[in-house]
Design a protein around this ligand. Sequence first.
Ligand SMILES: Cc1cc2nc3c(=O)[nH]c(=O)nc-3n(C[C@H](O)[C@H](O)[C@H](O)COP(=O)(O)OP(=O)(O)OC[C@H]3O[C@@H](n4cnc5c(N)ncnc54)[C@H](O)[C@@H]3O)c2cc1C
Length: 466
Amino acid sequence: MEKIVIIGAGVAGVNAATKLVDNGYPGDHITIIDMGNDPYKRKPEEVMTGFMGAGGWSDGKLTYHTSIGGHMSKYCGDEKAMELMDQVITNFKRFHPKPEEVQCSNPVAEPDFIKPYFGLRLFPVWHVGTDYLHEIGKNWYDYLCDKGVKFHWNAKVTSIDPPLNSVKYNTGTIESWEHYDRLIFGVGKSGIDFGKQIIEENNCPTEPKPVQIGVRFEAPQKHFQKLIDVSYDFKLYRKFEDEGVSLRSFCTNNNAAYVALEETYGDYSYNGHAKKDEVYRNDMTNFGILMEVRGIDKPFEWSRELVSKVQKVDIVPGEGAAGTRAMGRRQAKYKAGLYYSPWKNEKEGVINRLKSKTSEGDWVKAHYITEKGLQEVRDHFQGYFKYIEDFIEDMKKVFPTLGDDWGMYIPEVKYLSPEPLVDYNTLALADYNNVHFVGDALSARGITVSGAQGTYVAEYILKNNE
Ligand SMILES: Cc1cc2nc3c(=O)[nH]c(=O)nc-3n(C[C@H](O)[C@H](O)[C@H](O)COP(=O)(O)OP(=O)(O)OC[C@H]3O[C@@H](n4cnc5c(N)ncnc54)[C@H](O)[C@@H]3O)c2cc1C
């Protein structure tokens, strides 16, 4: 039996280990190394690391569709992908303290009023419940420990030596090595730079990646209610095949919807999240309008440069918008992205749809821009901004009360990690067929696909060890 080392106790790594021991693979031949904590010690603020990784403290929405959450079907076809995702969902229910409370929402019909302007992606979502994820994690961890799986916690892997089949990890001051016959690399988004390092050090060929960039759109929820009633987390989409561009609404938040500022590589972009507690209700809706652009040379560098151009360092009014009397109060200079709303009164430059506030009651950090600033944004997007503006124009037709009652935060960006070229049957690197990439470290962007990739590799290992 081969000795398996899994880097990352995230959704992908944990599902891989589970598939192995469920099928009789000896647990004491499996070692999982993670830089976070076990589920008993993991704190809520440890969002990305520890048992079940980013999935452990996530929204717990298990999407069930081959075109959501990253790539699975491209490796094994749609039917197999769905079967693998089923296994992941079953695991979440299996370790759930109250499996009967796992709800499935499954909108089935595309409403006529959004046609012909948009398609609406309809797919089932299993709602595990964020609160239960902690309990699921403990039950799941206990099961793997009982089966003899070994864990190293607070242990950061700092290097891999594929020719020598060895990994080096660090637990504070102590450095240790672990030998493997087979390595599963599932470091998720928190290990994005480490993944990049491994790919570069080993000259691994990578798959070309598209650019994913756009804006975070925000408006009062009432304008979208008709669609929210059909699909809470609606996903509008459209494709311009010949131009290599597709657009989708991304991560829709309602009821208590807040825009969040993200910092990556020293620049700012926007995202959104929803609060559950009624006290946070603001009756707003926000979602990303994300463009996927294919065929851009060096997409990562292209996105980085564009993001860096739509930033501003300026004084931002404490309580008011550009042109209002509050402007200039509490004058602290800071860097942030941009906010544009078309809703103006007669006095040119006065924006009436102000930015919203965070759940802590502070104004979202973004610099107001007017039509002149928007023209600069269009220039920076090199012709691609028109797709976003057309998307908004068509939303105004589909949601007639929307009009100019909206604002957008610029930019929203998804930096896709470089994806190593792998053998589609094993997810192993071309030059090292015993090093398998899985989860967000490969091409997943969600729980079910990450878990499915881990399971897929485990199935290969089981067959290989028969
Ligand atoms: C706030 C939030 C909410 C989300 N909500 C949802 C949702 O509702 N539905 C959904 O489908 N997806 C959601 N996601 C995305 C989802 O969590 C991820 O796609 C999924 O967890 C990826 O699984 P993974 O196993 O690839 O990586 P992760 O789950 O991120 O696990 C990676 C693990 O690797 C470890 N690691 C990283 N580097 C090293 C290293 N050098 N050495 C040792 N260990 C290392 C980390 O500690 C971590 O535990 C959410 C993500 C976040 C951040």
